[in-house]
Design a protein around this ligand. Structure first.
Ligand SMILES: Cc1ncc(COP(=O)(O)O)c(C=O)c1O
Length: 384
């Protein structure tokens, strides 16, 4: 039999995060204790009122297809949220409910990329971005972000990456894996280049409620940027709803109409009763979000205090990750991860996040303080 696999997959492997998770699970099966700092999934349950809303929606009969863009009640909730949060004015036709931000990324790439179009991706980066363009004939162009620049986008280097095939630039803030929040200055520089070179921005803001230092600014609020920005967000992190698969995109109608056509044929519409619960999440008290952020802030402070400063040249400002610099230990990222795993702490090699990741490992502080204390001791033992 022939190998039926598409050649598109020649350059697309499995996620490096999964690889560590699988190894850690094997160790656990052998009876070893492992602290899981590799997976970007919070240890919090979804708040009860959101679960109740989903149950009620099911009982109310929300079991059929939703409109392709999403339930009106969901889009209205997102619209009000974006207005309140950023003073951004989107109509309900300019918001689409997606199956998590991950699917939103595919919509944006599917709607706008032609064969050979380049997508600049500041790297290291969240794994989806390295591969998503390739499914649509696009070419990911990594732009290395360095600890020496505080993991901000280097604007000079960004300009050098722009060619006449550049169609899109992805920005993530707060950032996975570095935890960096893009500064106003960086965002203004990026916006200036996007306007001058007529580039679309895909702005991933899934960690916007987890900022501990600095300020989250949506690039679409900057002059001339609303019209060229696709804002992606998700319920996964904000409300600890990774398994629900709910996110959204907001973009001007012309851009949305293209993405809607991809969405219609890719999934039709995202899950109706989940959207109803998402609307409740946005419309009701945000105390649950503040409580989760306060716990994360405490964990972050603990790690900043406990970890050897040489491992943390850039303090993460948001999200729930540390991108530890292991260059001074003499270990490669892979070696550092393996040694830590042997001591019962699972992390991810920076190389899993693409260019600029060698010499770093990612730690997600999505687990309780006791586990983090244990992990911090082991990190000191192995890398300190
Ligand atoms: C920066 C970033 N964007 C998007 C996602 C995917 O989120 P979702 O669960 O909404 O697909 C993640 C998940 O870790 C992420 O870190």
């Amino acid at each position: 039999m022939r190998d039926f696999t598409s050649s598109v997959l020649d350059h697309i492997g499995f996620s490096g995060i999964r690889a560590v998770f699988d190894k850690a699970t094997q160790l656990e099966a052998q009876g070893k204790k492992v602290v899981h700092l590799e997976i970007g999934r919070l240890d919090f349950d979804t708040p009860q009122h959101i679960k109740e809303a989903a149950k009620k929606a099911l009982d109310d009969g929300l079991v059929h297809y939703a409109p392709n863009l999403g339930l009106p009640v969901f889009r209205e909730a997102v619209k009000n949220h974006l207005l309140k949060q950023h003073n951004l004015n989107y109509s309900e036709k300019e918001i689409i409910a997606t199956m998590g931000a991950t699917q939103g990324v595919f919509l944006a790439m599917g709607a706008f990329l032609d064969q050979g179009d380049e997508v600049i991706i500041p790297s290291p980066t969240f794994v989806s971005y390295l591969n998503a363009p390739r499914f649509f004939g696009g070419v990911p162009v990594p732009l290395e972000m360095k600890a020496e620049d505080g993991f901000q986008i280097n604007l000079k280097e960004l300009e050098q990456k722009i060619t006449n095939r550049t169609k899109m630039l992805v920005i993530i803030s707060p950032h996975n894996p570095t935890g960096t929040v893009l500064s106003k200055e960086t965002l203004e520089g990026v916006a200036d280049l996007a306007r001058r070179h007529d580039i679309l921005i895909l702005s991933d803001e899934v960690y916007d409620q987890m900022v501990f230092d600095g300020e989250h600014i949506s690039i679409s609020t900057l002059p001339g940027m609303w019209e060229r920005t696709i804002l992606a967000n998700s319920f996964s992190k904000t409300y600890s709803m990774t398994g629900w698969r709910l996110g959204y995109l907001a973009a001007p109608e012309k851009l949305m109409s293209a993405m809607l056509r991809v969405h219609q044929y890719a999934v039709g519409s995202s899950t109706a009763f989940v959207q109803a619960a998402g609307a409740v999440a946005l419309n009701e008290s945000q105390d649950c979000v503040k409580e989760m952020a306060a716990i994360l802030a405490e964990r972050r402070s603990f790690l900043i205090k406990s970890l050897n400063p040489k491992l943390v040249p850039v303090k993460p400002q948001g999200a729930f990750y540390f991108f530890l610099d292991v260059r001074s230990t003499g270990y490669s990222s892979e070696e550092a991860v393996n040694r830590l795993l042997y001591e019962g702490v699972a992390t991810v090699p920076g190389t899993a996040f693409g260019a600029g990741g060698e010499g770093f490992i990612r730690l997600a502080y999505a687990t309780n303080l006791d586990e983090l204390k244990y992990a911090a001791e082991k990190i000191e033992k192995v890398l300190g």
